[in-house]
Design a protein around this ligand. Structure first.
Ligand SMILES: Nc1nc2c(ncn2[C@@H]2O[C@H](COP(=O)(O)OP(=O)(O)OP(=O)(O)O)[C@@H](O)[C@H]2O)c(=O)[nH]1
Ligand SMILES: [Mg+2]
Length: 370
């Protein structure tokens, strides 16, 4: 998961460190040179000569007139070199605008190459600037300081929704209605089944609404899952009104005492008017408490744009990004919550029911920079 972006960020930080340390090494050499002139390193004899205000020296030829004999005269010695302010200071470097530009340049390239949206990259830039400008870094701390700043900036652009908080909200209303939407093939039905398993594990009883009456075999696919999970499914025939199926599922949940209604919906290959009208109707009729946009992490910037449209047209409360297990870039994960201003709740990380991992922004940022 996220192999490419992890490697890219690591390479960027190595390169940043090299650049900064190179400067520090120059300072280190200068410091070593300065130190030879330090009173502390002089011999006792040399120290004594310091007491004399000036030394007798022969003035260089060009300073004498032709007639003037080469007599010794007093020449003012150079000012004694200032004592450096302690070894620690010499090894320190204060991050300046040029460094920030270098750091940003490296990080920007890594992020854009991995499909992170431009506005997110810009947000990370201003955040990094705020965190690093004027910061004192030493030879030893450079990597740690830059890594910490990048990590914090990534945390700042991510939004999560702790599952315990979500569970508490779900448990507070019965039946709690959740609508799953997204384009076709992204993993809506699989994610819904995984989520049903998650609810069962947490002591809740879900009921499923087979509101994808559009795609061939969609109802059987959902039934296969519900049989395995021991969950009730409410279904109509293909071509039936998806909103009517959802309505029946909610009615059934009320009478049967189910805790949660999970509504599966159809996708389309693109986001067309039919799909949006269908989903708007399902939403109007079922009045869901929570609408989850399911997106395929692999599709990078596309999934971010889909989420924006679904949010504008239907309204979403959070995202689940599927197929994170095969996503090497991480661009969608880093962009989607910043752009939609809606949290990511889970990542889908495989095809089994257990492969639904609560999304945690701290852990994600740590993982990307580990
Ligand atoms: N590797 C991986 N595959 C996944 C994940 N989630 C879903 N899939 C696979 O993606 C394919 C499509 O999943 P579905 O759940 O049918 O997708 P859908 O959005 O319901 O598709 P439609 O009903 O046709 O719109 C299936 O082969 C799933 O097994 C995931 O997290 N990781
Ligand atoms: Mg489906």
């Amino acid at each position: 998961m996220f192999d490419f972006i992890k490697k890219k960020i690591k390479d960027s930080i190595n390169s940043i460190q090299k650049k900064l340390v190179k400067e520090e090494k120059i300072e280190e050499r200068e410091a070593a040179h300065d130190e030879t002139a330090l009173p502390a390193q002089e011999t006792k004899e040399q120290e004594k000569t310091h007491d004399k205000p000036a030394t007798l020296k022969v003035a260089p030829k060009e300073e004498r007139s032709e007639e003037e004999p080469a007599a010794p005269r007093r020449v003012q010695e150079e000012e004694p070199k200032k004592e450096p302010q302690g070894k620690k200071k010499l090894f320190a470097h204060q991050i300046n605008d040029v460094d920030i530009q270098n750091i940003y340049g490296e990080i920007r390239e890594s992020l854009l190459e991995n499909n992170v949206a431009l506005s997110v990259v810009e947000a990370i830039r201003s955040d990094l600037k705020e965190k690093l400008k004027g910061k004192d870094v030493s030879l030893l701390s450079t990597r740690r300081d830059v890594e910490a700043a990048v990590k914090d900036s990534i945390k700042d652009i991510l939004m999560d929704y702790p599952v315990d908080d979500f569970l508490a909200v779900i448990k507070a209303k019965k039946p709690y209605i959740i609508l799953f939407i997204g384009v076709n093939g992204v993993g809506k039905t699989t994610t819904l089944a995984k989520f049903a398993k998650f609810l069962i594990k947490n002591g809740l009883k879900p009921v499923v609404s087979a509101s994808d009456t559009f795609r061939a075999a969609s109802i059987e696919q959902l039934e296969t899952h519900t049989k395995k999970l021991g969950v009730e499914i409410i279904k109509h025939n293909y071509g039936a009104d998806p909103a009517a199926v959802a309505f029946d599922a909610i009615k059934h949940a009320r009478t049967s005492g189910a805790d949660v209604v999970l509504i599966d919906t159809a996708g389309r290959s693109d986001i067309n008017k039919n799909l949006l009208d269908e989903l708007k109707k399902v939403k109007r009729v079922s009045k869901p408490d929570f609408t989850i946009f399911v997106g395929d992490a692999l599709t990078g910037n596309d999934v971010v744009n889909q989420a924006k449209i679904f949010d504008k047209e239907v309204g979403i409360d959070a995202t689940i990004l599927s197929k994170a297990d095969v996503d090497k870039k991480g661009g969608a994960v880093l962009s989607i919550s910043y752009i939609t201003k809606k949290p990511i709740i889970f990542l889908g990380t495989g095809q089994s029911y257990e492969d639904l991992v609560p999304f945690n922004k701290e852990k994600t940022a740590d993982f990307l920079l580990e």
